[in-house]
Design a protein around this ligand. Structure first.
Ligand SMILES: C[S@@+](CC[C@H](N)C(=O)[O-])C[C@H]1O[C@@H](n2cnc3c(N)ncnc32)[C@H](O)[C@@H]1O
Length: 276
């Protein structure tokens, strides 16, 4: 059974080989140990060392190990300050800028969307707070995740109450209907979100986006080389003047990325030059 310190040694050995970063996994390592232990039982292997030998002799196993490192934690309205600033400043600013440029569709990409909590939170904020101010503007969200099970959950749109505990209380009743033990999002909040299984290391959804949310994935779990490669893809997908939001505790790798801090305390950047 893998625990500390054997597990730490194992992760410090295998994560760099997957272009993942040990410091990002430190806090969630026990979740990874549980999955590793399940895999060890399936393979009837006694220890992390035995699994390491197995990996050296079965190159195909690395792809499975990668799946054990997908951390799926998410919640609606996760990090209140980010969503408050999206509502107060970023979304109204983007919508006004686009209207000025004659565009009527605000395109958003949520990369690493887990069970849909993040893109649905944007959809809720838009419909509840901003749609009436911008009646000609349509919001369209593409949400991607590598994990097909996460995308299935997202498409179902039903959650335990614990996923909603940070959402303002009145929205819980306005936006969800109770079905048995779950709360299911009403259709009108789901209509603007499209989900897709996609590996952010390999591709971005087609087209350009005015808003990209990439939180608690690339800049926490990927190593620096992979962060740089992925950030290049993210900036290519961002319209000039568009906003990139990363996690509140994350930072971008050093370099000139054509981005300027917008609201640094919430991890918001803006692509320069500012024009649509
Ligand atoms: C910790 S969750 C973050 C969810 C959401 N962005 C948030 O901040 O609440 C990370 C998500 O990234 C997904 N993920 C991991 N590796 C990925 C990859 N290479 N491409 C796309 N998604 C990935 C995981 O499956 C997981 O659902």
């Amino acid at each position: 059974m893998i625990t500390d310190p054997e597990g730490v040694h194992f992760l410090q050995w295998c994560l760099p080989r997957l272009h993942l970063s040990w410091p990002g996994f430190r806090k969630v390592r026990r979740q990874v140990y549980r999955r590793l232990n399940r895999r060890l039982r399936e393979l009837r292997l006694p220890s992390a060392d035995a699994y390491r030998d197995y990996l050296e002799n079965h190159p195909g196993e690395w792809a499975l190990l990668d799946t054990l490192c997908w951390i799926s934690i998410s919640r609606f309205y996760r990090d209140q300050r980010v969503f408050q600033q999206l509502e107060d400043e970023i979304l109204p600013h983007l919508a006004a800028l686009m209207l000025g440029g004659g565009e009527a569709e605000l395109r958003c990409w949520s990369g690493g969307c887990s069970g849909g909590e993040e893109p649905y939170t944007v959809a809720i904020i838009w419909r509840q707070r901003l749609a009436a101010q911008f009646p000609v503007m349509r919001l369209r969200i593409v949400a991607t995740d590598i994990d097909p099970q996460a995308i299935q959950r997202a498409e179902r749109g039903c959650y335990r109450a614990s996923s909603l505990k940070q959402l303002p209380a009145k929205w819980r009743t306005q936006v969800f209907v109770t079905v048995g033990e779950e709360l299911c999002l009403k259709d009108e909040y789901r209509a603007c979100v499209t989900f897709r299984v996609q590996d952010i290391r390999e591709r971005a959804p087609e087209g350009t986006f005015h808003l990209i949310l990439c939180r608690n994935l690339v800049f926490t779990y990927f190593d620096e080389e992979l962060q740089r490669e992925t950030l290049r893809r993210l900036t290519e997908s961002l319209s000039p003047g568009g906003a990139l939001i990363i996690g509140g505790l994350e930072s971008l790798p050093e370099g000139s990325w054509g981005l300027e801090p917008w609201l640094t305390r919430t991890g918001a950047y803006r692509k320069t030059p500012v024009s649509f």
